[in-house]
Write a protein that binds this ligand. Structure first.
Ligand SMILES: Cc1cc2nc3c(=O)[nH]c(=O)nc-3n(C[C@H](O)[C@H](O)[C@H](O)COP(=O)(O)OP(=O)(O)OC[C@H]3O[C@@H](n4cnc5c(N)ncnc54)[C@H](O)[C@@H]3O)c2cc1C
Length: 457
């Protein structure tokens, strides 16, 4: 029987015939258990198998492969990662931060290489990223950002300021004051990538148990509603869903991001919008707007939104949700031509935010427990690097990757409720205040802006 996933995301909905969840028999034991079949879980299994082909791996997935953020995201495969600036700003971590930054560039190409080599048709295109100045003061902000990247040693080939006329050749938003172009960014259809990887892994003998949540994890034992499995290593890859496991409620804050997708647009509409190279685009607002042109000429546009009290997770977010509608409204304001076309999909997904707002990869060989995640909404490429690092840690390989600053960079726990909820509400409110003030005055917000920036990084 074929399931449909139109309420989960356009990406899962447009994969032909996702069949019934695959629920093989629960093994009594396995060498390495991976919890979560998103991109972190799949990449970790992929590199473990590549480096140690005989390793016995079982993946436990609560729903189906790609049901989490990996099957719902904006499809930006970017050569950046959340929190990178923190390492770069601190003289004691700058050099390591630069290595991480360069490795993120390589990761964009690695994702393209593997998907091509493994015949995964995930619509990969390395068109770069445009950050568009919607207001004159944005142009100054973006130019300073490009100059900062150059001061670190990056070149015009990596980051470039485009004057309004040149930027207009690539993208035509309502306000047009120039743009930054970053070459190291690709675009993908994320569900095709994560599910394609799962198929490759099944072919290599990895067992993937769908509809099999882990309810409790203890050294050497995974507990599920179907029974217990004895293991040597447990690698947790549950990101924004981590609170679903006993005892881990305050490790990662689940934040929702919302997305809408239009019907396929005709060429004359795209002539008004641009993005001919399938560049992705955003702007400097704190609301965070991110867009891509899909291979079938839809416009997919997302924005950041919500936290629910008690780290509550909603399986799906309806297209009628007020936060989804707000993203749709912003899309139509930015590109008035969209008013002539239908929005066919609207959905939301969970991203994972650790208390220090940057990813972590860790493995303790004494008890066989490890995890990777905390990408704060920038994990499409970062999951690949995290998977490569985690596989090296598990296999005790002495590589340069295990020297990168994500390794063992664990955050402290989040505050208890209602502080968590109040804090996230206040930060979001400050972000909206700062954006609104900047739109009104055409000047950087000097009060709410810096507080928001400080609290969200
Ligand atoms: C709407 C949205 C847009 C985004 N856009 C971008 C973007 O454009 N670019 C970018 O770089 N990043 C983006 N991100 C972030 C990116 O998608 C994530 O960082 C990345 O997919 C995380 O992958 P993951 O495998 O760690 O987590 P997930 O993909 O969330 O996978 C976790 C898996 O664990 C499963 N699970 C949960 N609980 C259990 C349990 N108890 N037992 C077993 N399995 C469990 C879930 O069902 C899920 O399949 C976006 C995120 C969202 C939500």
């Amino acid at each position: 029987m074929t399931h449909h996933y139109s309420d989960v995301s356009l990406w899962l909905d447009s994969i032909d015939g996702i069949v019934e969840p695959d629920v093989p028999e629960l093994p009594a034991e396995t060498d390495t258990a991976i919890i979560g079949a998103g991109l972190t879980g799949m990449w970790t299994a992929y590199y473990l198998k590549q480096k140690s082909p005989d390793l016995d791996i079982t993946v436990f997935e609560a729903e189906i492969v790609g049901y989490g953020a990996s099957g719902r995201n904006g499809g930006w495969c970017m050569g950046e990662a959340y929190g990178l600036d923190t390492y770069l700003a601190n003289p004691s971590t700058r050099e390591a931060g630069m290595r991480l930054h360069r490795e993120m560039f390589n990761t964009v190409d690695e994702v393209g290489r593997v998907s091509q080599g493994e015949d995964i048709d995930c619509h990969y295109a390395k068109g770069g990223q445009l950050t568009v100045a919607q207001m004159p003061f944005h142009a100054e902000q973006i130019k300073r950002r490009v100059a900062y990247k150059h001061s670190l040693g990056f070149t015009e080939d990596d980051y470039q300021w485009l004057e309004p006329e040149e930027a207009g050749g690539r993208i035509r938003t309502a306000g047009r004051y120039g743009a930054a172009f970053a070459r190291n960014c690709a675009v993908i259809q994320p569900a095709r990538l994560v599910r394609g990887l799962a198929d490759v892994l099944r072919g290599k003998g990895v067992k993937i148990l769908e509809r099999t949540p882990a309810t409790e994890l203890a050294p050497r034992v995974v507990t599920t509603p179907r029974g217990r499995v004895f293991v040597r290593n447990i690698l947790r890859a549950t990101e924004g869903y981590t609170a679903s496991i006993a005892g881990l409620k305050r490790n990662i804050m689940p934040l929702y991001s919302m997305i809408t997708a239009t019907e396929p647009l005709p060429e004359d509409a795209w002539a008004e919008i641009g993005l001919n190279e399938r560049e992705v685009f955003d702007d400097p607002r704190r609301l965070v707007i991110y867009g891509q042109r899909t291979i079938d000429n839809r416009f997919v546009l997302g924005g950041r939104a919500n936290y629910y009290f008690g780290s509550r997770r909603r399986p799906t977010i309806p297209a009628t949700d007020a936060n989804v509608k707000r993203v749709e409204k912003v899309a139509r304001e930015l590109f008035p031509v969209l008013n002539d076309f239908k929005t066919t999909h609207g959905w939301g997904g969970l991203m994972g935010v650790p208390r220090h707002w940057r990813p972590c990869v860790t493995f303790d060989k004494t008890n066989g427990m490890g995890w990777a995640g905390g990408y704060v909404g920038e994990g499409v490429a970062a999951t690949n690097l995290a998977g490569r690092i985690l596989s090296d840690l598990v296999l005790e390989r002495e590589t340069e990757l295990i020297e990168l600053p994500w390794v063992n960079d664990e955050a402290r726990l989040w505050e208890i409720e209602p502080l968590r909820w109040l804090g996230s509400r206040s930060v979001r409110w400050m972000g909206y205040q700062a954006d609104a003030e900047e739109a009104r005055t055409n000047k950087p917000s000097v009060f709410w802006g810096p507080i928001f920036d400080k609290l969200s990084s």
